[in-house]
Ligand binder design. Structure first.
Ligand code: FPP
Length: 245
């Protein structure tokens, strides 16, 4: 573990995390996959608290992808129950820590109790200002891009916009993520080096950080390591090092 302190002047404003490895973590312990998801909740709590403590303004967690609907029904049901119970249990902690809960993704796909619990927590926490915790639920970047495209075409057909109005800003503002700055840092746990349909547009210039730690083992010190690694990167945005200097 590193002992170099984090530079609080150079924090990412937004961190996005692909929480991966719950199933493998459980398997290593001879348990069912759901046991891994249950233990993943502790890591969610740790990173949320860790980000709020440091002053990170936005944390987006990939909790359930559009593709995850293809998992066995028993696992989907267990994940949905876990989400309902966690959201219900953690609302008080979110309030205590000044965290606003928001969600991106196709909420219409969620079971009604999950949707209700989520919407209640979003309403209760809506005036919190310390940090925004965005849950990506039934989300995929391609789903978002397809919907944004449909919306833009509809507006064009209705005569509200024309071809020359279509630019990066319009597309950006039509995505469900338009309220958030693009993540400067994206983390994926469990040793997989993939983006898996998460925030494809928004990570155009994000720094990517991969760790072998399985999600249920992810703790504040791992978050700190990811941030330190980010702080040692040179973000050039297509320019040369000399230009930056
Ligand atoms: C990926 O591990 C993890 C998920 C699909 C679910 C993440 C959900 C949680 C951590 C539970 C609660 C979350 C919140 C926000 C309350 P995997 O199952 O793909 O693991 P594997 O790759 O080892 O099979």
């Amino acid at each position: 573990m590193s002992t170099i302190p984090i530079n609080t002047e150079r924090l990412p404003e937004h961190i996005a995390i692909i929480m991966d490895g719950n199933g493998r973590w459980a398997k290593q312990k001879g348990k069912f996959r759901v046991f891994g998801h249950e233990n993943g909740v502790k890591a969610v709590r740790e990173v949320s608290e860790g980000c709020a403590e440091l002053g990170i303004k936005y944390l987006t967690l990939y909790a359930f992808s559009t593709e995850n609907w293809n998992r066995p029904k028993i696992e989907i049901n267990a994940l949905m129950s876990l989400l309902v119970n966690t959201i219900k249990k953690e609302t008080k902690t979110l309030m205590k820590n000044g965290i606003k809960l928001e969600a991106i993704g196709d909420r219409t796909m969620l079971p009604i109790d999950c949707r209700k619990e989520l919407e209640e927590a979003i309403e209760i926490t809506k005036n919190n200002t310390k940090m925004t915790l965005v849950l990506a639920l039934s989300y995929s970047a391609k789903w978002d891009i397809v919907n944004a495209t449909k919306d833009i075409v509809k507006r064009a057909l209705e005569g509200d916009i024309n071809l020359d109005d279509v630019n990066e800003t319009l597309i950006n503002n039509t995505l469900t993520t338009h309220k958030y700055p693009h993540p400067e840092l994206m983390v994926r746990t469990s040793g997989e080096h993939r983006i898996s349909n998460f925030l494809l547009w928004e990570i155009a210039y994000s720094e990517l950080y991969f760790t072998n730690v399985l999600w249920p083992d992810f703790r504040k010190e791992h978050l700190h390591e990811a941030i330190l690694d980010y702080q040692n990167r040179e973000r050039r945005f297509g320019k040369t090092s000399e230009q930056l200097a």
